[in-house]
Design a protein around this ligand. Structure first.
Ligand SMILES: Nc1ncnc2c1ncn2[C@@H]1O[C@H](COP(=O)(O)OP(=O)(O)OP(=O)(O)O)[C@@H](O)[C@H]1O
Ligand SMILES: [Mg+2]
Length: 414
């Protein structure tokens, strides 16, 4: 990939500030394709152009600028988003990191900073065009979901414990949640070394040292926790994370990746090396809309039908849409349905996966089934009994494809 192939957009309502940035970008050897002020026109351009590199000015009104970032992250999840501002504030930085920006430039922005972000964008764009499946015998399972609090970490920890306590397969759970990183808490263990430190050193790592850095859970699963400070994530690249996962996959039978509720480059990296992707959704409207978008994205990225395992989790004791409605809304069959189960809550409070704490509880039984499905053969019979039929009914993966001109997609993303 060369700079010429990098579609670049600047969103900035201030003409002068736009000009200053444009000249720095051009000095770094990259032509800016389009420039837009914040607001609807910027959103429309993002949809139509699907930029690889997007510079977003963080200016007043702040809400509007943040809306541009959130919109871009949903529409072009693989793009490099660079936020920039003259005024730095910790609150804004934190919010931007949560939105999944790749870089945040503030103060007097130097040309070398701009060159560095362009280099990173080039590497990222090149990596995303080459699918990087794990090339070892291990099965890498990424657990993803486009919303917070829907049960991703509950699923990851239960899958890890269920597979490990079976005793036949070695398991490593890597916490890639760039925001909250709850795995260590949910499994009641204290972190010493974390993903970002290990990923930074992955090149010189040997198996023995790596094993010593890992935590061990009572179930037998090994854990590599997330750093508590979100800034640590900035010190390792998505490529280093992928290398770390591949390295781990050479040592363990199964590697499970827990991820945050926002699609950022770490999630893209996780999905890029995964053999299976467990897509977690709740039955809430906002979760369903985001799940539909996510499934569409996976379909466009060429993920095979059997790689994707859709799991509906009823994390609340409230009436909601049933499975058929959920399938209609996301345009995809639901492979597993985890019922609401107070034992899960209790287990979470005790710092134990429900599959080890109360293996016979309704949710634990389903988590064990998902574990067998995800770590087993592609045509596993562990999904809901009629899942294969329902998958055929929905046709090829992601049959209800919202296009970028689909009004509903616009509604989802805004
Ligand atoms: N089947 C279930 N029944 C009852 N409670 C559940 C169930 N599944 C998950 N929960 C509860 O939902 C809460 C959120 O779960 P979890 O932390 O796994 O979500 P998450 O998607 O990882 O969130 P985040 O994006 O914030 O990391 C937890 O308190 C968990 O105990
Ligand atoms: Mg989580």
């Amino acid at each position: 990939m060369t700079t010429a192939q990098l579609r670049t957009l600047i969103v900035d309502s201030d003409e002068m500030s736009r000009e200053v940035l444009r000249s720095k970008v051009q000095r770094a050897g990259l032509l800016v394709d389009l420039e837009r002020p914040h607001g609807l026109v910027a959103q429309q351009t993002i949809q139509e152009m699907e930029p690889d590199l997007l510079f977003v000015a963080i200016e007043q009104p702040l809400q509007r600028a943040l809306q541009t970032v959130d919109f871009a992250r949903a529409i072009v999840p693989d793009a490099t988003i660079v936020a920039y501002t003259a005024d730095w504030s910790p609150m804004v930085e934190r919010r931007l990191m949560q939105s999944g920006v790749n870089d945040f430039l503030h103060g007097n922005i130097s040309s070398s900073q701009v060159s560095a972000v362009i280099d990173r964008a080039l590497r990222k764009a090149a990596a995303s065009t080459v699918p990087a499946p794990a090339d070892t015998g291990a099965r890498v399972i990424a657990v993803v979901g486009q919303k917070g609090g829907i049960g991703k970490t509950t699923t990851s920890t239960n899958l890890a414990a269920a597979i490990a306590q079976g005793g036949r397969q070695s398991v490593l759970l890597i916490d890639l949640d760039t925001r909250f990183g709850d795995v260590a808490i949910m499994m009641d263990i204290a972190a010493e070394y974390t993903v970002s430190e290990v990923a930074r050193e992955v090149e010189g790592l040997d198996r023995e040292t790596f094993r010593k850095l890992l935590l061990r859970h009572d179930s037998g699963a090994c854990i590599l926790p997330a750093p508590r400070d979100y800034r640590s994530w900035l010190s390792c690249s998505p490529e280093q994370i992928q290398d770390l996962v591949r390295f781990a996959a050479g040592m363990f039978d199964v590697v499970i990746l827990d991820t945050p509720g926002t699609f950022n480059d770490v999630v893209a990296a996780a999905v890029g090396v995964a053999d299976r992707v467990v897509v977690v959704t709740s039955s809430e409207l906002s979760s369903l809309k985001n799940t539909a978008l996510l499934l569409e994205h996976f379909s466009l990225k060429g993920l095979a039908e059997e790689q994707v395992i859709v799991t509906l989790i009823h994390g609340h004791d409230q009436e909601g849409p049933d499975r058929a409605d959920v399938e209609f809304a996301i345009g995809h069959a639901v492979d597993h349905e985890v019922p609401f189960d107070r034992n899960v809550r209790k287990a979470t409070q005790l710092g134990a996966p429900v599959v080890t704490w109360r293996a016979s509880s309704p949710a634990a039984v389903v988590f064990a089934r998902i574990a067998a499905h995800a770590a087993g053969s592609p045509d596993s019979l562990n999904a809901l009994p009629d899942a294969a039929v329902r998958r055929r009914f929905f046709g090829v993966f992601g049959s209800r494809k919202a296009t970028s001109h689909d009004p509903e997609r616009r509604e989802i993303a805004v």
